[in-house]
Every structure is written in structure tokens, then in C-alpha cells.
Design a protein around this ligand. Structure first.
Ligand SMILES: *Cc1c(COP(=O)(O)O)cnc(C)c1O
Length: 299
């Protein structure tokens, strides 16, 4: 059972905030990555596949999750990693080290090559190298992933008026939208710049009770600043809830800021989905340390 933890801040206008602790599902396949893999793994099994192939960046929660899930469920795993310079830096990269320990084989491609990842030709090339595999798209987003994310909200969650989540590909919010009630509003906080997300969400989402707030990406995917790190650390010290710097930290920063700006109506009952991503803190801290910046506190 995933708990909804109340955040004990004194908000104006009788507003309350709870966080659904999907991050506690597992330290490595946490939150939405667990949800997104569930039905994909069942299908791979049914199709008698023995290998999973997927894509991701250097600190990808998805890569870590697929590597671990593969090991647990007896699949070989192949990770197509963006950035050929990383091949010589695996030992400085906690995410890739973890994935490798789980048995994942890496295939590094240049950022240029990576852009073609959704073309048949690109996939064909890997079939020639590795043989048959079950393909999981980048970030794990497909209709089976959305189906898994439809299981995040439970019957009891119908009491909330606003449900917030962070967005990468839009798969998670699509699942939330599909299982929401019409009296609820689903608010997405993209962690990256770009106006393609609404269209992607419309492909999977069957309702229209949602909205994107695009002001809290902090300069783009993976970009952070000192203010965000300070917020994440303060939040952790005040609530004991760890936030990741790529997704959930930006969303919570946005929610708290919007409450202060009177965005939410009086008495709003907000549920924020903690989609996980805690494994990424280590890698971010290595970067912050190199830059001589304040690091993210972990226990
Ligand atoms: C991948 C991820 C997201 C984004 O989910 P999408 O379904 O791609 O929108 C959000 N939060 C965390 C922690 C993630 O790892």
C-alpha cells in the first residue's frame, strides 16, 4: 500500500498538501518506472522474449529500473545510452554502475545518432547485433506504460481536488488523467522545455480535466540552480521527504510557489505524486561537487 503523507506546512486558504510516496516502492525501480514496466514485462514474458532493449541518458531512472527489473525477472537487458563519451566514464556514474551490476549491456551512441532512436532503421541495426528483443521506448512510455500508471490513483484518492505530477514523456500524467474523476484537476509540471508535450498527452489521455504548468523547468531537462537545491534540502529537513532534482523537486517547488501566488482555490486538497527518481541524486551530487556548489542532502 502506497501512503499519502500529509505535508505539515501552514498553507493559506485552508489548502492541504499530501504526497503519494511512490518513491518508497523501491530504491531503484521506484515510482512511475515501476508502474510503467509492469505490463510491458508481462507482455515480454508472454511473447517469450529473453532480452529487453531500451534507451536512456547518463543518469536515467528508466535505465536503472529496466536493468534491475530485468535481473529480477530473468531478462537480459541492453541499454542504448546517449553520449559516446560516457563509455570511458562508467566508473564515475552511479546510475550506469548500478545498471551494469544488474547485468545490463551498454551500447553507447553519439548524441547525433541518438536522435534517430525512433526510426525503424535504428532499431533494425540493433536486431542485427543482438537478435530478438522486446523494445521498451525511452522513458518507458507506451500504452502499456499508461495502463500501469492508471493504477497509481486509488478509490480513496477521489477526495483530492487537484492531483499534481512531474512530466518527462507524459506517460505518467496520461495514466493519472485516465483514472481521475471529472471533479478533479490534473496538473502537470514539465521538467523540460518544449511545447510538444500536450500533443503527446492527448494521444493517450481520454479526458480533458488537465493542464500543464510550464514555468518550473529551471532552464530545461537536468538543469538546476542553487535555489532549487536549497528548496530540496529545506523540504527534506522539514518533512523528511527526499525529492529528486530532475523531476519531483521542480514540481514541489512549483506547487509551493503556486500556493503562495493564490493559484489554487480556497480549501484545495492537493495530492502530489512522488514519482521517485531518488537514485539520480548521487550523480547530481558528483556534478555539484565538481562545480563547488551546495549538494543535495541525503540521510
Ligand atoms: C521518468 C520520471 C518522470 C516522468 O514520467 P513521464 O511518464 O515520462 O512523464 C517523473 N518523475 C520521475 C522521478 C521519473 O523518473
Amino acid at each position: 500500500m502506497v501512503i499519502n503523507q500529509q505535508i505539515p506546512f501552514q498553507f493559506p486558504n485552508e489548502i492541504t498538501l499530501h504526497i503519494k510516496r511512490e518513491d518508497l516502492i523501491h530504491p531503484f525501480i521506484s515510482g512511475n518506472k515501476f508502474r510503467k514496466l509492469k505490463y510491458n514485462l508481462l507482455k515480454a514474458n508472454k511473447e517469450n522474449k529473453t532480452q529487453l532493449l531500451t534507451f536512456g541518458g547518463a543518469f536515467s531512472n528508466h535505465i536503472a529500473a529496466v536493468a534491475y527489473a530485468g535481473k529480477k525477472n530473468n531478462f537480459e537487458t541492453i541499454g542504448i545510452i546517449r553520449g559516446d563519451e560516457l563509455e570511458s566514464q562508467i566508473y564515475e556514474n552511479p546510475t550506469l554502475l548500478f545498471a551494469q551490476e544488474c547485468g545490463m549491456k551498454f551500447h553507447f551512441v553519439t548524441r547525433e545518432e541518438y536522435k534517430d532512436k525512433n526510426t525503424d532503421l535504428f532499431i533494425e541495426k540493433f536486431r542485427n547485433i543482438y537478435g530478438d528483443f522486446y523494445l521498451i521506448p525511452e522513458g518507458g512510455a507506451n500504452s502499456l506504460a499508461v495502463k500501469g500508471c492508471e493504477e497509481i490513483l486509488t478509490k480513496e484518492d477521489s477526495e483530492y481536488s487537484h492531483i499534481c505530477c512531474s512530466i518527462g514523456t507524459g506517460g505518467t500524467i496520461s495514466g493519472l488523467i485516465n483514472s481521475s474523476h471529472s471533479h478533479q484537476k490534473i496538473i502537470g509540471f514539465p521538467s523540460l522545455k518544449g511545447d510538444f508535450l500536450s500533443e503527446d498527452i492527448r494521444k493517450f489521455a481520454v479526458k480533458t480535466n488537465w493542464e500543464l504548468i510550464t514555468d518550473y523547468h529551471f532552464g530545461g531537462y537536468g538543469k538546476i540552480n542553487e535555489e532549487l537545491v536549497r528548496f530540496i534540502n529545506d523540504f527534506y529537513q522539514q518533512t523528511n521527504v527526499p525529492l529528486d532534482p530532475i523531476y519531483t523537486g521542480k514540481m514541489l517547488y512549483g506547487i509551493v510557489d503556486l500556493i503562495e501566488k493564490d493559484y489554487f482555490p480556497k480549501g484545495a486538497k492537493i495530492l502530489a505524486i512522488h514519482t521517485g527518481g531518488i537514485q539520480g541524486i548521487k550523480g547530481m551530487n558528483i556534478y555539484l561537487k565538481k562545480k563547488n556548489l551546495q549538494q543535495i542532502i541525503t540521510q
